[in-house]
Write a protein that binds this ligand. Structure first.
Ligand SMILES: CC(=O)[C@@H](O)[C@H](O)COP(=O)(O)O
Length: 257
């Protein structure tokens, strides 16, 4: 199973906790997903409007590890301050670092991201940076101390699925030893299977489950797709080809009398 900052996890699915219709629905989705890591924002409104202590208590009851995030932060100082508060609240050095740079696309501000990652890594945080699929930015994040990378595959909440498969493939090839988690833009289990088939270590998603008609059933479907994609990646997939190849070879000709 994958190891992130020295911690081995049982599931390759990381689940977001925002936008669920109720705390009960969130709890059932977490259970059905089999995840052992949920990401939690200190700043966003949470399931069914439940907030503060009650929400955090629910998360604790689920027995999953919390990956706090800096969702909604638009500057380095805001992200760093939020990370420090999250460390106090959740007693963890883990932080999913988001520094949003564009209001419409929620595209990461990659310059601010590298700066904030540098500051936080220097203060002992174990940073999971939400980034684009840009290799140069990824290099800078690794130089800043990030031992995990979280490229998007499409804008947050868009459900568009992988928009640039060659870029995701290049990132996997360029960082063979860095755990890679696709974060954001996954809409369907087949999208998650696709990125796992590329050799990614895990997937983080929120909207596709929280916004489904049945979040618990969708969480279970994602869990299966992610495992299937991972298994396929290591089972030796065929390369597509232009010409037909008979799947039933024949020897000679049948004799009809
Ligand atoms: C939950 C989280 O931390 C975000 O990065 C984001 O919400 C995930 O993206 P999707 O909602 O598109 O799955």
């Amino acid at each position: 199973m994958p190891i992130f900052y020295g911690t081995e996890v049982r599931s390759r699915l990381f689940l977001g906790t925002a936008r669920y219709p109720s705390p009960a629905v969130l709890a059932e989705a977490v259970r059905q997903s089999g995840t052992d890591i949920v990401t939690v924002s200190l700043r966003r409104e949470t399931a069914g409007g439940r907030s503060g202590g009650a929400f955090f208590e629910l998360i604790r009851e689920l027995g999953v590890r919390v990956l706090p995030n800096t969702a909604g932060c638009h500057s380095v100082s805001e992200a760093v301050l939020t990370a420090k508060m999250a460390r106090e609240v959740f007693s963890t050095n883990w932080i999913k670092l988001e520094v949003i740079g564009h209001q419409d696309t929620l595209q990461p501000d990659v310059f601010g991201l590298v700066e904030a990652a540098c500051i936080l890594a220097g203060e002992g945080f174990e940073v999971f940076p939400y980034t684009t699929d840009d290799l140069v930015v990824a290099e800078r994040l690794v130089e800043a101390g990030c031992k995990v990378l979280m490229p998007w595959c499409a804008p947050i909440g868009s459900a568009m699925g992988p928009q640039n498969v060659p870029a995701l493939r290049a990132m996997r090839a360029h960082f063979p030893d860095v755990p890679l988690i696709v974060d954001a833009g996954i809409g369907r289990p087949s999208h998650a299977a696709t990125v796992m088939e590329l050799g990614y270590d895990a997937v983080l998603l929120n909207t596709a489950v929280a916004g489904a008609a049945s979040p618990a059933a969708m969480a279970a479907a994602f869990a299966k797709a992610i495992e299937a994609g991972h298994a396929a990646c290591h089972a030796g997939m065929l390369e597509p080809r232009d010409m037909a190849v008979p799947s039933t070879p024949v020897i000679g000709k049948a004799v009809f009398t």
